[in-house]
Structure formats: structure tokens, C-alpha cells
Ligand binder design. Structure first.
Ligand SMILES: Cc1cc2nc3c(=O)[nH]c(=O)nc-3n(C[C@H](O)[C@H](O)[C@H](O)COP(=O)(O)O)c2cc1C
Length: 220
């Protein structure tokens, strides 16, 4: 696959089939992930690939609790996650769609065929793990596997996840993400984003680029 196709079309694919992902694919997703950079090349990371139905069931229960807590605590339980209060109509509608899709994932988390629990420790930058996460997702894309980066489990139910996965409590590990993975039920497409023109300056803050870049440079 063309690298730009992978970059432009890797996006949150939450609705996936229950078909298993072959081991060779899972292996390559982690193998690509560990090629990613980390601060001082410390590689303070671990990956737990979960395919066992019983463990997925337990993680699914905790994920749902974490998601419900997140929506209630931060957005007062509103179905649009408070979007209509702060965003224009089109963007608010987009948030509503995402929140519906995310709620669906929280109900169906246990059915996703594979998940990558991503852990890190001893990372003063706090962000060394993100290139590895993105590489796992890109490698999945190259194999036609849809992924979704999720963080609520590690944020709101870490003790439960540690217990389920037998992660030692005293070694400094933290769960940065759980990447869900499966073959998508929907179609791949270019991720919708605010255009380059709106978010980029040249040389100094406020100096517009004149690139006139409103549409993606790669498309189907
Ligand atoms: C740091 C981070 C945390 C995220 N956490 C969650 C999550 O806990 N649950 C979820 O369903 N999606 C989560 N997402 C996925 C985002 O909602 C998604 O990437 C975003 O809406 C863009 O979707 P798109 O690429 O399909 O356009 C997270 C994404 C990022 C980058």
C-alpha cells in the first residue's frame, strides 16, 4: 500500500467484524510498532495482545464502566458530549456521530477480535509511546485491519485492567492506550479534518501560508 494512502485513511474504525485476525498480522502490527522512536530510544514499553474471549469480556465490562464514567463526569451524560453548547451545527453533528460510534464501541468492546494494550514507564516526556501506537495502527491499515485508539480504560479503570491482565502494580507501568482491532464493517475514507490553511502559519504566528490548501493532497 502507498504510504500516503495509509496516512490519509487510517482513522477510528470502531465497528468491526468478529472475524479473527491472523497471528501473522498481529505479529507484524507489534513488530512495526516497536520500530517507532522513543525518547533516548528508551523503549520503555510493553504490549499485551488480547484475543482470549474471557479476558476480552472482563475488559469489556471495565471499558463500559470507564466510558460511562467519562461521559457522565465530563459531559453530564449528554448524548452530544456537550458539543451543541460550544460548536457550530456542523461540527456539533460530527461530535454527535463520533459519540454514538464511541458509545457503540463501549457496548461491543468484548466482541472486537483483538486489542493491543499499550503500556509505558519511565518516560519523562510522557509522549514517547505515541509513535509506537500510531505505527501499530498504520501497520493494521496496511493489512486492511481497522483500529481505534482508546484511552478511557487506562484513565478511569486502570486498577481493574491491571487485575484482569495480571500486570504488576509496583513496577511503574501505566496503560497509555488500548487499540481495538478488527476487519472494518464500513468503508475506508480520508479522515475529515480542518484544512491545513486553517491551522498553519509560515515562520511566525498569524502569518498565513498562501498555500491555498483546503482539500487533502491525497484522495481516492
Ligand atoms: C489520545 C486519543 C484518545 C482517544 N480515546 C478514545 C476513547 O477512549 N474511545 C474512543 O472510542 N475513541 C477514542 N479516540 C478516538 C478519537 O475519537 C478519534 O481518533 C477521532 O474522533 C477522529 O476520528 P477519525 O479519525 O475517524 O476521524 C481517541 C483518540 C486519541 C487521539
Amino acid at each position: 500500500m502507498d504510504v500516503f494512502e495509509a496516512l490519509y485513511t487510517t482513522r477510528a474504525m470502531r465497528r468491526v467484524s468478529e472475524d479473527p485476525i491472523p497471528d501473522d498480522v498481529l505479529k507484524q502490527m507489534v513488530d512495526a510498532g516497536i520500530r517507532a522512536p522513543s525518547g533516548s530510544n528508551r523503549q520503555g514499553w510493553k504490549f499485551i495482545v488480547v484475543t482470549d474471549p474471557e479476558i476480552k469480556n472482563q475488559l469489556g465490562d471495565s471499558y463500559r464502566e470507564a466510558w460511562d464514567f467519562y461521559v457522565k463526569e465530563f459531559y453530564g451524560g449528554t448524548s452530544d458530549m456537550g458539543a451543541s453548547n460550544v460548536l457550530d451545527d456542523e461540527k456539533a453533528q460530527q461530535v454527535v456521530r463520533i459519540s454514538k460510534s464511541a458509545a457503540w464501541l463501549s457496548e461491543n468492546f468484548h466482541k472486537v477480535p483483538a486489542m493491543f494494550v499499550v503500556l509505558s514507564r519511565n518516560d519523562p516526556t510522557g509522549s514517547s509511546i505515541y509513535p509506537a501506537i500510531w505505527s501499530i495502527m498504520l501497520a493494521g491499515r496496511a493489512h486492511g485491519v481497522g483500529t481505534c485508539l482508546t484511552t478511557v480504560l487506562g484513565m478511569f479503570k486502570p486498577e481493574k485492567a491491571f487485575e484482569i491482565l495480571s500486570i504488576p502494580n509496583d513496577k511503574g507501568w501505566k496503560i497509555d492506550a488500548v487499540i481495538t482491532a478488527g476487519y472494518p464493517l464500513g468503508k475506508w475514507g480520508v479522515a475529515k479534518r480542518n484544512p491545513v490553511d486553517e491551522v498553519t502559519y509560515l515562520n511566525t504566528w498569524g502569518n498565513e501560508t498562501n498555500w491555498n490548501l483546503k482539500e487533502p493532497l491525497w484522495n481516492y
